[in-house]
Ligand binder design. Structure first.
Ligand SMILES: [Fe+2]
Length: 201
């Protein structure tokens, strides 16, 4: 059985996002790792008596992608805040891909504004930038909760957590846009570029 391990992240002081918010957020991340493991263990346990426990088992199966994606989404999120802010390389492969694949939105700045707008989607979830290996292009989407709307076969390049727990220590709900700006002010684009380089290697 897979056993997931809690990762550690070297996150510096952030601008606009408090240490307290990051500390509490990391505790929630730890909860996803713990519960992804727990769900796996419980599935094995309930399988022993699958007919009798079919309903409980079904709910555990349904819940796994919530816990797993909650774990993995947060790993991308916290990794992208490690090492302090770094701008995107002006002549790098990711910038070029964004310019090309989102030319219809006006290139990089148009993409960024659109991605930020996706982040303001009502409800709790994530704004995601993915790479589609089949079409060899970037695409972006909203994911509800941690898992609903994850796109099959696409790989995550950048994930922006839009659950209220990500910003309520520092911003009121009507200030979502300020939190999104703070995220991008703190974003280490070199990490995001490494994600992209790994996917497209
Ligand atoms: Fe979160």
């Amino acid at each position: 059985m897979e056993k997931y391990t809690e990762q550690t992240f070297n996150i510096p002081e952030l601008k606009g996002i408090s240490r307290k918010a990051v500390e509490e957020h990391l505790k929630l991340y730890a909860g996803y790792v713990k519960n992804a493991n727990l769900v796996n263990e419980k599935i094995v346990e309930y399988m022993k008596n699958g007919d009798k426990d079919a309903y409980a088992l079904g709910e555990l199966q349904r819940r796994f992608s919530f816990e797993f994606n909650g774990m993995r989404n947060h790993e991308y999120y916290f990794m992208s805040l490690e090492g302090g802010p770094q701008p995107i390389s002006a002549d790098g492969a990711l910038k070029a891909a964004i310019e090309k694949d989102f030319a219809h939105l006006g290139g990089f700045n148009g993409w960024l504004n659109t991605f930020k707008a996706i982040g303001t989607t009502r409800g709790i979830g994530w704004a995601m930038l993915y790479y589609d290996q089949h079409l060899k292009r970037l695409t972006h989407a909203w994911v509800d909760e941690q898992h609903l709307g994850q796109l099959n076969g696409l790989q995550l390049v950048l994930g922006l957590d839009m659950w209220e727990h990500a910003y309520l220590f520092d911003f009121v709900p009507s200030e979502k846009k300020k939190y999104i700006d703070a995220f991008f002010d703190n974003l280490n684009w070199s990490v995001v570029e490494k994600n992209f380089a790994w996917i497209t290697r």
